[in-house]
Write a protein that binds this ligand. Structure first.
Ligand SMILES: [Zn+2]
Length: 206
């Protein structure tokens, strides 16, 4: 691995930590960056820094946003009685693209996974519980975690946790393939999964 100077090697090793970037791609990108002119390279580093400093989490839904509350939470046209719970900010984009859902979101930024030692406190579940206790207008929580063991464990935990509250807890219909991520679902599959959602817990109307 000592084929390159330490600074190049450091760049390659940092790039290879990015999702979907293997060692070979990391080398290609590193040399592409080195071949850029100064203005191009500055634009790249500036955009990373700007995105990191101006992006925060919405204090309501925990999605990434430039302003707090985020445009979705502050949109008067959105249905404030329903909260759709997703794992990542990208899942919000996926649902928004499908244009089927008009309620609010809650981004967990992770999943509950006792096997991998991921606890409730590694997610925004505590924020969700707090939010639900402060907003009595919320009558339904739709759990749209991925159809994976972790996603299902999270759904089960939430449905048990919320059962006494009287809030209806639903889960997306299982039209989504097992083990697949929400973000790869096409619009029609997502629409059907949303429309055919099943009740996991209670609700005042049953
Ligand atoms: Zn928000």
């Amino acid at each position: 691995m000592a084929r390159y100077s330490p600074s190049i090697q450091n760049l390659i090793s940092n790039l290879s930590k990015l999702p979907g970037i293997g060692g070979k791609s990391a080398q290609n990108i590193a040399f592409h960056i080195l071949a850029m002119d100064d203005a191009e390279a500055a634009a790249l580093t500036d955009s990373i820094n700007a995105a990191r400093t101006s992006t925060k989490r919405c204090s309501c839904c925990q999605n990434f946003t430039d302003r707090d509350p985020c445009p979705i939470c502050s949109d008067p046209e959105r249905d404030k009685t329903t909260v759709l719970v997703v794992e990542t900010p990208r899942d919000v984009s996926t649902f928004e693209r499908a244009r089927e859902y008009n309620g609010l979101y809650h981004v967990l930024h992770g999943v509950f996974d006792p096997i991998k030692n991921k606890n409730i406190s590694d997610t925004t579940i505590p924020d969700l519980i707090n939010r639900l206790s402060q907003h009595e207008e919320i009558t339904e929580v739709i759990i749209a975690t991925n159809q994976t063991a972790e996603g299902n464990a999270t759904a089960l935990y939430l449905s048990r946790m919320l059962a006494p509250s009287g809030i209806t807890v639903t889960r997306l219909a299982s039209g989504l393939p097992m083990g697949s991520d929400i973000e790869y679902a096409d619009d029609l599959t997502l629409m059907n999964a949303l429309r055919g959602r099943v009740t996991l817990a209670g609700g005042r109307e049953g």
